[in-house]
Ligand binder design. Structure first.
Ligand code: GLY
Length: 397
């Protein structure tokens, strides 16, 4: 078979997200390009359903209704970011125009100092727009966004604050690693090392305190804002303080791989490898490589899967496979390929014009808070499309 730009999407034996076992026969062969084309159609379908001035959040299948958010929700950058990725692949102008329209709604968030998620919000959106179609206005917005993000840095702790709590609480969650990409861009653009240094300090402090002996990650830490000492660990979106919340592991894997991309410091690569090994060798990692929502969920094998973790891991591993060699590189690439196959099967990919226009089904937002359970999510789609693009790029090199 001609390898160029091609992957057989074969339906695998899949364990149902609903906890019971269902089997699907191999029944289709699709290319990455076809998956990207189908994803583009889905996003145009979503665009037509989307209420003016709002951002997609998830979809309520019982009411056949998109759930939406204003621009200050942490996920507001993923929809425009996915539109830009899909435009790059299909050159469908409608996708690009919708992405540009969403940017106008996001613009004011450049001054938002109330959230650490401004990296996700602005870099996934404006960052991609600027890469595809460079514009001095986007540069200014991204620099302002980076300035807003570093207002949350505390040198006593060595980290950017994630959540706003009481004066003596300084909460940092592992997800925050993902916001550092914006800071590296800002130093590259402005030549001011302040952004780079804060990103490095945050990553080093997280490396020191967030990891357990088995290389799994705590979701959150409450630090003493004056001394920088760890007050206590936070279970956050995971099953418990001592459990390994799956998406947290994925943010760490992706985040430390990205740290290596910008710094070429071997210790970050080693950390990313440790997280990859923790997950890939975990006895509770399912055969199809789409994790349960927590590696220590008490009801495994009946626990829900989280497609968003699968997509983030997949994209992160594809990058990691490019920084490693030989057998190790092959293992990461092939694991990512398997994740892509699973996500692209009918078990996870929604049929056309269903699922509110979201590409993937079966993600888990926050079980402890009882929100977004077994639903489509914008970040699952964003990292899935990114993974398809990365896969295609590696294969065509
Ligand atoms: N807190 C961001 C997430 O759900 O991954």
């Amino acid at each position: 078979m001609k390898i160029r730009n091609k992957i057989s999407i074969v339906c695998l034996l899949i364990i149902s997200c609903f906890g019971c076992t269902s089997y699907e026969q191999p029944n289709n062969e699709l290319t990455v390009s076809e998956m990207l084309k189908a994803s583009s159609s889905q996003y145009l379908f979503m665009k037509d359903k989307l209420e003016q001035g709002r951002f997609p959040k998830t979809y309520n299948k019982f009411m056949d209704k998109l759930q939406t958010s204003p621009s200050d929700w942490w996920c507001s950058g993923f929809y425009p970011g996915t539109l830009f990725y899909l435009y790059e692949e299909t050159e469908n102008q409608e996708l690009f125009d919708e992405g540009l329209h969403m940017l106008t709604l996001l613009e004011k968030e450049q001054y938002n100092i109330e959230t650490h998620d401004i990296g996700f919000m602005m870099y996934c959106s404006y960052g991609n727009a600027n890469r595809i179609s460079p514009n001095p206005k986007y540069d200014t917005i991204l620099v302002n966004s980076a300035k807003s993000l570093i207002t949350r840095f505390n040198p006593n702790v060595g980290c950017i604050k994630s959540h706003n709590r009481g004066d003596n609480d300084f909460v940092v969650i592992v997800d925050n690693m993902m916001n550092l990409e914006l800071l590296f861009w800002a130093t590259e653009f402005t030549k001011d090392s302040i952004y780079y240094n804060i990103a490095v300090s945050h990553a080093n402090t997280t490396m020191k305190n967030h990891f357990r002996a088995d290389n799994s990650l705590y979701h959150g830490i409450n630090y003493n804002a004056e001394t920088g000492k760890v007050n206590y660990y936070i279970g956050g979106q995971g099953f418990s303080e001592e459990s390994a919340w799956s998406r947290g592991q994925a943010w760490g894997l992706y985040g430390y791989t990205m740290m290596y991309r910008f710094t070429k410091d071997r210790k970050y690569l080693d950390q990313a490898i440790k997280i990859a090994e923790f997950q890939l060798n975990h006895p509770n990692m399912p055969e199809d490589l789409i994790p349960y929502w927590d590696y220590n969920a008490p009801d495994i094998p009946n626990a829900l899967r989280d497609a968003s973790t699968g997509a983030i891991n997949c994209s992160g591993l594809l990058e990691l496979s490019q920084y490693t060699q030989g057998e190790q590189s092959r293992k990461y690439f092939e694991s990512a390929e398997k994740m892509l196959l699973t996500l692209s099967s009918s078990q996870y990919t929604a049929p056309a014009n269903t699922n509110g226009g979201f590409i993937l089904k079966h993600s888990v937002g926050n079980i402890p808070a009882m929100t977004e359970i077994d639903v489509p999510l914008t970040y699952a789609d964003y990292y899935y499309v990114e993974a398809l693009k990365r896969y295609k790029e590696i294969k065509t090199r």
